[in-house]
Design a protein around this ligand. Structure first.
Ligand SMILES: [Zn+2]
Length: 506
């Protein structure tokens, strides 16, 4: 109405006044005006970011290794301040929206990843969420396992945190927090829905066949009868000295000198199996392993170390430090670790490093379809339990998990006491487990490619390391992980091929 009453000339004047009024606001919103300045600006941000990451890694190492007093609070506060600096957020937001004006691909990528960590940490950095997580981490670590009423109260508080995260995710336009996080993990929530559907559908016929077989033998099917089929590959146990010797020889087989890798293992009690901390990438990796852990875990953590040690990205934001959501895509990073651990499944490796007979090796390599179906359904249950709680926040969480259990395993004997939210994983590493299942697919695909390129005995081909470095390790996060996988193996994540390798598809 107002516009229509203005003559064209008046209209121009009004627009000019409007633009003039807006102009100071636009310039203050983003202070970096051109691409040259952007590079200098990001270099300075990289340096601050990397120093915080190194402090984060050092203090996390101190916490677990107990080599020195740990102060995680300081790097956490520094990181929060870094990610919540308004000028920084506005600059990144501006250049992310105007990425088409950046020609340099690496510079473009740096803006993209910085934007991803700003967006991906928004919920965790929210003051209400932060207050709850800080309280819960402390309370869970110090809880008395026998105090059932205090534990029930604590479990309610974990549930409250989950609801709060959901509320914040809805404010960002997501249906729930799990969907939000799956996007910033680099997986994509829609892709993930399809992935879980495929697991369910593709395992269905073999799983039903197994249930019928058990029923024939036992009349009724109990969960424990199903679990008897949950077998994973042979996992050798060596003495501690042999662990290091065999890691050294295994990577020597593919052309890597163990002594050239800046990695240090320390064996110490902890509430996980193993953890490789990239203190400074690519120069300083430290691994905590709990006593008695199997050799496969050593190879897994070594895989993380190799990935980081051969990362050639110069920009700190592209090195793949793990301290913020939205930086390293965890499924791919786990994929590189699992790829090393999966050398243990190769018949030539088993022949070289174990006392198994040819017949025993043959049995190990031949996969039983029933075991595969149970393994994949077990994964499906583990992956979805937490996510289903986020998806159904109004329901009692035990009921949610019970329903899922029945759907996945098709048995009724669910024991509610088995499921508890009293685990720091729900606080510290929310919705993380699918990364391992996707990592299994990635590893399958990498090994298939190695076999095609270097022949069956690739475990003893020194060219393999060059291929891994050039096609996977060197990028850090300088390239989208799905593109890295596609360019190196010639296909997208090959879920179907993986299911075939498990004997679940013809
Ligand atoms: Zn890992």
């Amino acid at each position: 109405m107002i516009n229509s009453s203005l003559s064209p000339k008046k209209c121009v004047i009004v627009i000019c006044i409007f633009v003039l009024c807006l102009f100071p606001f636009v310039t203050s919103a983003q202070s970096v005006g051109n691409v040259n300045d952007l590079k200098i600006y990001l270099d300075s941000k990289d340096s601050v970011y990397e120093n915080i990451c190194i402090e984060y890694g050092t203090q996390t190492w101190n916490l677990y290794s107990m080599e020195d007093e740990a102060d995680l609070k300081t790097p956490k506060e520094k990181m929060n301040a870094f990610l919540q600096d308004n000028e920084f957020i506005e600059n990144i937001d501006y250049w992310n929206k105007n990425e088409s004006s950046i020609e340099d691909e690496i510079l473009k990528r740096r803006v993209f990843v910085y934007n991803n960590i700003i967006e991906g940490t928004k919920i965790e950095l929210d003051s209400e969420v932060r207050e709850k997580t800080t309280y819960l981490l402390e309370a869970l670590r110090n809880r008395n396992e026998d105090d059932s009423s205090a534990n029930a109260e604590l479990e309610n508080r974990v549930k409250e945190l989950m609801k709060l995260r959901n509320k914040k995710a809805r404010m960002l336009g997501y249906e729930n927090y799990a969907d939000y996080l799956l996007d910033y993990y680099g997986i994509g929530h829609q892709w993930f829905k399809d992935f879980t559907k495929i697991i369910e559908e593709k395992t269905e016929p073999v799983y039903n066949e197994l249930l019928a077989k058990i029923k024939e033998e036992k009349d009724s099917v109990k969960f424990r009868d199903v679990m008897k089929y949950l077998k994973r590959g042979y996992n050798p146990e060596y003495s501690m000295d042999s662990n290091f010797l065999i890691m050294r020889e295994t990577i020597a087989g593919i052309g890597i000198n163990y002594d050239s890798i800046p990695i240090r293992f320390v064996v110490k009690e902890a509430d996980f199996g193993g953890n490789c901390i990239g203190v400074k990438i690519p120069a300083d990796f430290r691994v905590i392993m709990v006593p008695g852990i199997n050799f496969s875990a050593f190879m897994h953590e070594l895989g993380h170390g190799l990935h980081g040690a051969f990362t050639k990205s110069e920009s700190a934001i592209l090195k793949g430090y793990e301290w913020c959501f939205g930086n390293d895509p965890p499924a791919f990073y786990e994929g590189m670790a699992v790829t090393m651990a999966d050398f243990l499944k190769h018949p030539d490796w088993l022949d070289q490093y174990t006392n198994l007979t040819d017949e025993e090796i043959r049995k190990q390599v031949n996969i039983d379809k029933f075991s595969s179906a149970v393994w994949m359904r077990y994964n499906l249950y583990a992956i979805l339990a937490e996510i289903e709680i986020y998806r159904n926040e109004e329901e009692n969480h035990i009921d949610v998990v019970k329903k899922l259990f029945k759907k996945v395993f098709k048995t009724d004997d669910f024991m509610s006491r088995q499921y508890s939210l009293l685990n720091t994983l729900y606080i510290d590493y929310p919705c993380y487990l699918q990364n391992y299942t996707i990592a299994d697919v990635i590893s399958y695909q990498v090994h298939k490619t190695l076999r095609e390129k270097f022949g069956e005995n690739y475990v003893n081909n020194k060219e393999v390391s060059k291929f891994m470095i050039e096609n996977f390790y060197k990028y850090g996060v300088a390239k989208d992980w799905k593109k890295i996988l596609f360019d190196a193996t010639g296909s997208e994540l090959d879920v179907e091929g993986y299911f075939k390798s498990l004997g679940l598809l013809n």
